[in-house]
Design a protein. Structure first.
Ligand SMILES: Cc1cc2nc3c(=O)[nH]c(=O)nc-3n(C[C@H](O)[C@H](O)[C@H](O)COP(=O)(O)O)c2cc1C
Length: 295
């Protein structure tokens, strides 16, 4: 899937909390900028709304949470290709919602987009209410099952160690992985994806050469993108940057995020003295251990 820049929009739930047009703003901006986007299983816009603003040649990736109702899961997986999606991204780092105190204090009877009209009787924070359909027992064996239901490429999002990367890419032969800790919203002390990427470069550089390894989390500057590319990531996702932009300026804000990152990537490459992405090599970055006193 071609992209005009080595960045993509990471999937994020409920973009309508930020703007009435929700995910449609992000899809329009991604289409105009010709970059890839993940659409959350918990998107607030319907698939029909999302597809109504997608450009014909634009690629959208459906981010899947495994539903414990396997019949509903199968139905969804089977229809994604004809709905117009180009790939599936199975998120595996959030089978249970993390401990998000602010969210948990926002108690209410919420109905998530994937709830099919089922509102629980118990008051919960949004993440717990919305994720109630998810299967906490999602496991490796689900990969061949998903593959048996669709011809779409399968990417696993939320890989946080080299062993799992090896298993996903070599044993289960998925089409790509995203090194991610869900933007630090799930397990406290989960390693930064950039650290895992660095470890992969040290221990299994062949994985990076042979496979599609992506990364997201904490990316706010062009230099963050370049560091990941130097270490061997194929592309870098941004979540919050687009959510903030959508909340304040809608589609225009999302377009501006791409422009700023594009300007920074180009300028930073000029300052590094490189003329192509292929010249972004591991020697250009140095890993500096965080001082223990700053932890
Ligand atoms: C508000 C919010 C909602 C999110 N919802 C999802 C989601 O539905 N599915 C998913 O796979 N990741 C979700 N994520 C995680 C993002 O895909 C991504 O991993 C993370 O935002 C990257 O970090 P960054 O925000 O620092 O760029 C969400 C993140 C945020 C901030």
């Amino acid at each position: 899937m071609a992209s005009s820049l080595p960045i993509f929009i990471s999937p994020a739930a409920l973009a309508r909390l930020g703007h009435p047009d929700g995910e449609m703003n992000l899809v329009r901006a991604a289409g105009k900028a010709k970059i890839l986007q993940g659409i959350s299983n918990n998107a607030s816009c319907s698939i029909a709304e999302i597809m109504s603003v997608k450009q014909p040649e634009q690629h959208l990736i459906f981010q899947l949470y495994m539903n414990k109702d396997r019949i509903a899961a199968e139905k969804l997986i089977r229809r994604l290709q004809s709905d117009g999606f180009s790939a599936i991204m199975l998120t595996v780092d959030a089978a249970m919602p993390g401990k998000r105190e602010l969210d948990q204090r926002t108690k209410g009877h919420w109905e998530g987009p994937a709830a099919n009209g089922k509102v629980g009787s118990e008051e919960k924070g949004i993440a717990h209410a919305m994720g109630g359909y998810q299967d906490p027992d999602v496991c490796w064996d689900d990969i061949p099952w998903i593959k048996s239901l669709t011809e779409l490429p399968l990417i696993i999002k939320g890989i946080q160690c080299i062993e799992d990367a090896e298993r996903a890419l070599e044993m289960y032969k998925v089409d790509g992985i995203v090194l991610s800790n869900h933007g630090g919203r799930e397990l406290d002390y989960a390693p930064a994806p950039m650290t895992v990427l660095y470890e992969m470069r040290q221990t299994r550089p062949d994985l990076l050469d042979k496979h599609h390894v992506f990364i997201d989390g904490g990316v706010t500057r062009g230099t963050d993108v370049l560091k990941a590319l130097c270490l061997g990531a194929r592309a870098v996702g941004l979540g919050r940057a687009f959510l903030y932009a959508n909340g304040v300026w809608g589609e225009e804000g999302c377009t501006r995020v791409v422009e700023i990152i594009r300007e920074e990537i180009v300028l930073d490459m000029q300052l590094l003295g490189v003329t192509g992405l292929d010249q972004l090599t591991p020697e250009r970055v140095k890993y500096v251990e965080r001082s223990r006193s700053r932890l």
